[in-house]
Design a protein around this ligand. Structure first.
Ligand code: HEC
Length: 114
């Protein structure tokens, strides 16, 4: 029980400290992404530059986020080798919320932080 309460408190803090676009939270994305540098995953500024706008990114999310349709993974062997990590994130945090997720990414880039 104590463990559950601690997890909920940590999740709450993560949400409070993250950029929000509408009611979509980028808190979980922050574990692997930043704005302005690569971390576990690619720099969100680079992702935003590659896709151009939230609508274009949302369309790739909606079409199933296939590895061959991903602009970074399709052109960079380093990211392609790690595509399975992002496939899991897509299934748990983006699928069904594609527009909100894409808008949140662009909003974070505009704000300069996730
Ligand atoms: C556990 C680590 C991890 C988390 C958490 C994570 N990502 Fe990623 N992400 C990656 C890695 C690694 C890549 C590079 C592989 C790829 O592009 O498929 C990536 C790539 C991406 C790309 C670029 C895809 C391409 O290749 O063009 C987008 C967009 C993205 N992430 C969005 C998100 C969003 C939105 C969240 C939060 C819902 C998120 N990520 C959470 C690790 C993560």
């Amino acid at each position: 029980m104590k463990k559950i309460i601690t997890s909920l408190a940590v999740a709450g803090l993560m949400v409070a400290g993250s950029a929000m676009a509408g009611d979509y939270s980028t808190a979980s994305c922050k574990a692997c992404h930043a704005v302005g540098k690569d971390t576990v995953g690619p720099d969100w500024k680079v992702i935003a530059d590659q896709y151009g706008d939230a609508k274009t990114l949302a369309a790739v999310f909606k079409s199933g986020f296939k590895v061959e349709d991903r602009k970074l993974a399709a052109s960079n062997p380093k990211w392609k080798a790690q595509a399975a990590i992002m496939t899991g994130q897509y299934a748990s945090n983006i699928k069904g919320k594609e527009d909100a997720a894409a808008e949140a990414l662009f909003a974070a880039v505009k704000a300069g932080k996730i």
